[in-house]
Design a protein around this ligand. Structure first.
Ligand SMILES: [Zn+2]
Length: 505
């Protein structure tokens, strides 16, 4: 991994944002986006950044502040408007406490906000406040997780990254993690970064470029170490080949199995949408003879859980020559997963005394060696996020296996804690349309009635494949609906044969 810092691009950010937000925040937005736009560093909301810079209030008084990236803001695209200014003095005084539960912590965030924005700062805001450097950068970089998510994580991180990096155990994000991190930085004043096991990397400096480039340098060291330690022949044993032609026949069957059952008689299930991964790299990973050993363990980081569930369902030795037998194998795997998940939920409820109803217990990720990885979600967008996270999870697990390492994820108690944790649940509370998860094919889509039907279905959250005779009208409709509804609309004359779009939805 190489630094992508460009003074020219930075100047463009400063020209654009500094007049309204000041130079420090303009620079903050620039290096945040540098980190956030690299999928090896940040995926779908993982990671956060901050800058300490005085905030000028309406009376023109200057208040010491830390500006922390807002929860739910995407680091790849967030400008200064996605950072919450918080009263630094208030947050610093909280370090005197021995503990603070999540509800109270969010209450303190609300009291510390210097602007009446509706969003919360990142859950790791206290860590940002308490690290005594102007710029703080935090990601859940894939290469770092490849080092930390193994039984010997501490020694491997130290060997790969060197003595100027502090390694800390996994802790529940929030107050406990922030306190531990802040103490680690104080105890090691020469440390250039802190690695949190099964979580990620923090770097910090008064100079934004140094903080960013230290981050990149440490991730690069991790990547180099992984390359050096990996067996080059690990994937040569692959049995991967072109998937059998009946993969598309499996899609409706798998959708049916993964749908959420409900108690409502007139709507006995909530459908899911699938996103299918079938590229050669991932096929090789899941088809490797050792895949059964490393695929099924817990996911990489806690923030994946609401999208991926704790584990990946893995169909062992699928009979790719016999569709009926294969369907039976998939059904058995899904049922076993549902049983395991139901037990896990029951144990979690008993242990914590919480009463949160169980999410759909069916797997979100189903890996079939030789065939592909089926990733599900209540909407196409969510299914694709799950697919991105599945891809990273499987890659990291396979890299650890290629280094002859033994994967170790987060413990079950914490998996449950995080999956049913209020700040995470808040990310899922977005409204979905009444037809979310449904897929419709509209024939004669380019006509007046057809196009109105497409639009109405899309407005209710349905995925729509529109077909009609080829021509300008169909093309114009595609442009119009794709611009408004993105990938939820696909059209063509025979798109069901031609492309991934109809198959993938
Ligand atoms: Zn984090």
């Amino acid at each position: 991994m190489k630094s992508r810092w460009s003074d020219k691009k930075l100047r463009a950010f400063v020209d654009r944002y500094a007049p309204k937000y000041g130079e420090a925040l303009a620079i903050r937005a620039y290096s945040s986006q540098l980190l956030g736009s690299d999928p090896e560093l940040v995926l779908h909301g993982g990671g956060n950044t901050s800058v300490k810079e005085p905030f000028e209030n309406i009376l023109k008084e200057s208040i010491p502040a830390v500006h922390v990236k807002g929860s739910g803001w995407d680091m790849a695209t967030t400008g200064p408007e996605g950072f919450v200014p918080l009263d630094l003095g208030k947050l610093l005084s909280l370090e005197r406490l021995d503990s603070l539960d999540d509800t109270a912590m969010f209450g303190q965030f609300a009291l510390a906000k210097l602007l009446p924005v509706s969003f919360n700062p990142s859950i790791e805001a206290l860590a940002h406040a308490w690290i005594g450097k102007k710029y703080v950068d935090h990601t859940h970089a894939n290469a770092i997780l490849t080092l930390t998510n193994r039984v010997d994580g501490v020694s491997v991180v130290q060997e790969a990254l060197g003595e100027d990096v502090v390694v800390r155990p996994y802790l529940h994000p929030g107050f406990a993690l922030s306190k531990d991190l802040s103490e680690a930085v104080k105890d090691h004043p020469r440390a250039r970064g802190v690695v949190l096991l099964k979580h990620g990397l923090f770097t910090f400096a008064d100079d934004p470029k140094i903080s960013y480039e230290t981050h990149i340098e440490l991730v690069d060291r991790a990547e180099t170490y992984i390359r050096k330690k990996s067996s080059r022949t690990f994937f040569d044993l692959s049995t991967a080949s072109s998937p059998p032609p009946f993969v598309s026949d499996l899609i409706p069957f798998v959708r049916g199995l993964l749908a959420e059952k409900t108690d409502t008689p007139d709507r006995p299930y909530r459908p899911v949408v699938l996103s299918l991964i079938r590229d050669q790299e991932l096929l090789k990973i899941i088809s490797h003879p050792e895949a059964r050993k490393f695929v099924g363990g817990p996911v990489l980081t806690a923030d994946f859980l609401i999208r991926t569930k704790p584990w990946i369902a893995f169909v062992e030795d699928p009979d790719v020559k016999n569709l009926d037998r294969l369907k039976e194998q998939i059904r058995e795997t899904v049922q076993a997963f549902i049983g395991r998940y139901t037990d896990y939920h029951e144990r979690g409820i008993r242990r914590t005394g919480r009463s949160h109803p169980m999410f759909n217990p069916a797997p979100r990720i189903l890996a079939l060696p030789g065939l592909g990885v089926f990733c599900s979600g209540p909407t196409l967008k969510e299914a694709r996020i799950t697919a991105d996270l599945a891809r990273v999870t499987l890659k990291v697990k396979s890299r650890i296996a290629a280094m002859n390492g033994t994967y170790k994820g987060i413990d079950e108690d914490e998996l449950f804690e995080m999956e049913y944790w209020a700040p995470q649940l808040a990310k899922l509370s977005k409204k979905r349309g009444a037809l979310a998860g449904k897929i419709a094919v509209v024939t004669g889509a380019a006509g007046a009635i057809g196009s109105a039907i497409c639009r109405r279905l899309l407005e209710e959250g349905c995925c729509v494949a529109g077909t009609d005779l080829p021509g300008e009208r169909l093309e114009a409709l595609r442009e119009e609906l794709s611009a408004e509804f993105g990938d939820h609309y696909g059209s063509g004359h025979g798109c069901h044969r031609r492309g991934e779009r109809a198959k993938g939805v």
